[in-house]
Design a protein around this ligand. Structure first.
Ligand SMILES: Nc1ncnc2c1ncn2[C@@H]1O[C@H](COP(=O)(O)OP(=O)(O)OP(=O)(O)O)[C@@H](O)[C@H]1O
Ligand SMILES: [Mg+2]
Length: 388
């Protein structure tokens, strides 16, 4: 099964490209589900149909579903979220943990991940296309499973023990909330489910496609997204440049825009060299309905395989003569922009305002970091035996 996520800045055409790609794939015989993590009902608008909270077939083999956040889950997640934040505040948890927790997203996003998991496990789909919210929310969403996993492994066991022994004494003390075991149980269940989602999304069948329009601000955000998605271990498989003006016609307004766009498009192809870059023409009308969207996608991909995956692995560990090397794909970054901190068994990698806490595999955890560099768009961290 293939999972394909579409993200990009607000309004660039994510839903359009997601809906179009799905329509094209379904036409090619793949049983396809398009899932929206966005509260706005844009998928339904794109296909021109009513979309419900269970998959609805809008064309042969093409199903659409809107995740419904209006469920009881919202309340329980809100409660957990509040609890975590208060607790952190109250007990002064390690600052790394505190910063990690600031990535906790809202209920809709978590719910969308859980629904993705449920649909992926159902085995009923060849392809699941996810129409994501704009970049920042998507990044928060995709950082969540690992961040929560880290919290669960490092903080929760201790907390659970402490809470157990202190509950009788402290339950009436002001300030520190004393959760019941059920809160921990719920959190643990959520964790193991989100961990499955993480494995699915960083696994071999999943990738993220960036949608942009040929404008400098939009490009700048897309570049940062590529870096950050890679930091979190997700594979970016290509870029769609949408709303490209056709170059025919000669009025000065149009040719001015065509020129400006061409300049940015040259930068786009330079920025994302090594990735496929597809162009989507600015149409004279909104592409609405399965037919129009499939036609748009067919033109965009122009015979290339819209579901192809790049060969590069986001995260690898290799042996070299001089120790073991952990490599993490970090495109468009220089060494100066990367900050590395070792915390026991964790390696904390910060790029710009994004941070990932990588729990080192056992084979690396017992070694010492001997050096790091950024080369060929990869962060390479070298580990050697502890000098005895
Ligand atoms: N190539 C195109 N030509 C003409 N209209 C387009 C094109 N691509 C998208 N549109 C139109 O632009 C609008 C925004 O597109 P879309 O909803 O796909 O963007 P989005 O990135 O999903 O937005 P949001 O961030 O709000 O989710 C829609 O009305 C859509 O029909
Ligand atoms: Mg959208």
């Amino acid at each position: 099964m293939r999972v394909l996520l579409f993200t990009g800045k607000g309004g660039v055409g994510k839903s359009t490209m997601a809906a179009g790609t799905a329509a094209l794939a379904a036409r090619g015989g793949r049983r396809t589900l398009v899932l929206s993590t966005d509260a706005a009902h844009s998928l339904g608008d794109a296909y021109g149909v009513e979309v419900g909270t269970s998959p609805r077939e809008v064309a042969p083999g093409l199903f659409v579903q809107q995740v419904d956040a209006q469920q009881r889950f919202q309340e329980s997640w809100g409660e957990l979220q509040r609890y975590l934040l208060t607790l952190l505040d109250a007990v002064g948890v390690d600052p790394v943990a505190a910063e990690e927790l600031t990535v906790l997203p809202g209920a809709e996003e978590v719910l969308a991940l859980l629904e993705l998991r449920r649909q992926a496990r159902s085995g009923g789909w060849d392809l699941i296309v996810v129409d994501c919210a704009p970049t920042a929310e998507t990044l928060r969403l995709l950082a969540l499973p690992e961040a929560l996993g880290w919290y669960m492994r490092r903080v929760l066991p201790v907390e659970r023990r402490v809470v157990k022994s202190l509950r009788p004494v402290l339950s009436r003390a002001a300030g520190v909330p004393m959760p019941q075991d059920s809160v921990f149980d719920a959190l643990e269940r959520l964790h193991s489910e989100l961990d499955e989602v993480r494995a699915l999304l960083s696994g071999p069948g999943a990738s993220v496609r960036l949608v942009l329009t040929p404008e400098r601000v939009v490009l700048a955000e897309a570049r940062r997204s590529w870096t950050t998605l890679s930091l979190y271990g997700y594979t970016v498989d290509g870029v769609v440049a949408n709303r490209v003006f056709p170059s025919d016609g000669s009025d000065p307004w149009r040719s001015g825009w065509v020129q400006a766009q061409e300049a940015v498009l040259a930068e786009v192809s330079e920025s994302f060299s090594g990735l496929p870059l597809w162009r989507s023409v600015y149409r004279t009308e909104e592409p609405i309905g399965v037919e129009a969207l499939a036609a748009l996608a067919a033109q965009v991909y122009a015979g290339s395989d819209p579901l192809a995956l790049p060969a590069r692995q986001p995260f690898t560990v290799t042996e070299s003569g001089r120790g073991r090397v952990l490599s993490l794909l970090l495109p468009l970054t220089t060494r100066a922009e990367v900050e590395l901190v070792r915390h026991d068994d964790d390696l904390v990698v910060t790029v710009g305002s994004y941070r990932r806490v990588i729990t080192l595999p056992a084979a690396l955890a017992r070694l010492r970091v001997a050096g790091a560099r950024v080369e060929n768009e990869q962060l390479q961290v070298r580990f050697v035996e502890e000098a005895s």
